[in-house]
Design a protein around this ligand. Structure first.
Ligand code: T46
Length: 133
């Protein structure tokens, strides 16, 4: 089984709408050092195609939907994200691709580290080699 978690955030909602607050220590599995978001992606584009050596991330589809394909080198799992109150928690050494973007899709990512290209494994054979060590 590919290891990942789906975090159900507490929603503070009333008749005017909904709010999710994520606070260090109480609602979140790590200290957030970076936030980025992705939108305006073609439906069939495939993003990702890499793994991280150290980085942990929580991925939230704040609008619309998309599919994350996770691969631990042995098995694959597809996670459909379409709920802003759910976060996909991915730890290190998981190959990820994401696709099937709805036109209104906005993917927000909360990351445990600053951006560091040397943390990326962008070649699948290299990924297989590193996890076999
Ligand atoms: C991930 C998935 C879910 C930066 O300069 N700073 C940043 O913090 C990030 C994330 C990217 N970049 C630059 C690097 C590339 O020149 O932005 C460009 C696009 O990045 P990339 O091709 O890595 O984007 P995705 O959507 O394939 O992957 C991103 C994250 O990089 C990755 O960590 O897990 O989103």
């Amino acid at each position: 089984m590919v290891k990942y978690d789906l975090l159900n955030f507490t929603v503070r909602g009333d008749h005017t709408g909904n709010l999710v607050a994520l606070e260090k220590g109480t609602d979140f599995p790590f200290d957030i050092k970076r936030v980025y978001y992705i939108w305006g992606t073609d439906k069939n584009a495939i993003r990702g195609r890499h793994a991280h050596r150290k980085l942990e991330q929580v991925i939230v589809c704040t609008s619309g939907s998309c599919d994350f394909i996770l691969d631990d080198g042995h098995e694959r799992a597809t996670v459909h994200l379409d709920n802003p109150a759910v976060g996909l928690h991915i730890k290190s050494n998981i190959w990820r691709e994401f696709t099937n973007f709805s036109p209104d899709c906005v993917v927000m990512v909360l990351a445990s580290e600053h951006y560091d290209e040397s943390d990326y494994i962008r070649d699948y054979q290299q990924f297989k080699m590193e996890i076999a060590k």
